[in-house]
Ligand binder design. Structure first.
Ligand code: C2E
Ligand code: CA
Ligand code: CA
Ligand code: CA
Length: 277
């Protein structure tokens, strides 16, 4: 938009106003939306690259808004962070994830469940206690929970986060470095922190079948991670060629539309049944 164009400027302000209005409304509705069940989760399967066995599921939050329809998580996660409500939202997602995990356990399915942890959460003084309480409430062993962190969150305040991460690790759960390759974490940090696995960001994986450059990045990340004793998950695996390349490179786990889209609980159960026969 040209700043000199008065019409352009007016519509620019209008767009801003509509956006801030929507944000304002979503912000005030977030808490009630959780209570009303508008905020739910879906689960995306992650498989062992060699055996194709399902090893875990990633929990992804969804907001079905009565007026706006489906609101993408990227929009309201960021909003929740800004208005200081990411803590309650994370607790809500963790609660839904562990409740499901408990039900799978009751059906003799020991499936690990991954939950995304926003950068802000690491700074909350009671995070470890809340995670521990949630595990206890649902009777889920810490070994079945994976927390996915983003690189930035760990680098921002590395002394404090390494303490928090060590405490989380002591609960038995696993820590996964999400969106790996897009941030600025250093190798030494990866080595010092109690991280168990890295997830190659889908921006690299999506281009693998068409670009040698992307394949080279994926290969480098896998080699690097393995040298540090970490497991590697590739997300955004959409086609057979990419699956084949990643498996040949020794990538440990795969996630993406080729395996399955994120599924609501009932559909995950039928998906599991269909695969295990
Ligand atoms: P993410 O953690 O990197 O999650 C992976 C995203 O990639 C998901 O988008 C998933 O649906 C999508 N995806 C999976 N496989 C494929 C594929 O093969 N191709 C393509 N193109 N995309 C694929 P989604 O569900 O829209 O979530 C977007 C982001 O929102 C997540 O990125 C995560 O950063 C954030 N998010 C979602 N749920 C939560 C949550 O409960 N808490 C927090 N803090 N963040 C969340
Ligand atoms: Ca994730
Ligand atoms: Ca990711
Ligand atoms: Ca992402």
């Amino acid at each position: 938009l040209a700043a000199s164009d008065s019409d352009g400027v007016a519509s620019y302000h209008q767009v801003l106003d509509q956006q801030s209005l929507r944000r304002l409304q979503l912000g005030t509705e977030l808490e009630q939306a959780m209570a009303d069940g508008q905020i739910s989760v879906v689960f995306q399967p992650i498989i062992d690259a060699r055996t194709s066995d399902i090893v875990s599921v990633e929990t992804l939050v969804r907001w079905a808004h009565p007026r706006f329809g489906a609101i993408p998580p990227d929009e309201f996660i960021h909003l929740a962070e800004q208005i200081g409500r990411i803590g309650p939202l994370t607790d809500h997602v963790l609660d839904l994830a562990l409740a499901r995990c408990r039900r799978w356990l009751d059906q003799d399915i020991a499936l690990s469940v991954a939950v995304n942890l926003s950068a802000r959460c690491l700074a909350e003084p009671d995070l470890v206690e809340r995670v521990q309480r949630s595990l206890r409430r649902h009777g889920v062993p810490g070994e079945l929970l994976i927390l996915e962190l983003t690189e930035g969150s760990v680098v921002d305040d590395s002394v404090r986060s390494s303490t928090v991460l060590a405490e989380l690790h002591a609960l038995g759960l696993r820590l996964s470095m999400d969106d790996f390759g897009t941030g600025y974490s250093s190798l030494s940090q990866l080595r010092q922190l109690p991280i168990d696995e890295v997830k190659i960001d889908k921006s690299f994986v999506l281009g693998m079948s068409t670009s040698q450059g992307e394949s080279f990045i994926a290969r480098s990340i896998i080699e690097l991670a393995h040298n540090l004793g970490l497991r590697v998950v590739a997300e955004g695996v959409e086609d057979e060629l990419t699956r084949k390349l990643l498996t040949e490179m020794g990538c440990d786990k795969l996630q993406g539309f080729l395996v399955s889209r994120p599924l609501p609980d009932e559909r995950l159960e039928s998906w599991l049944l269909a695969r295990t026969g």
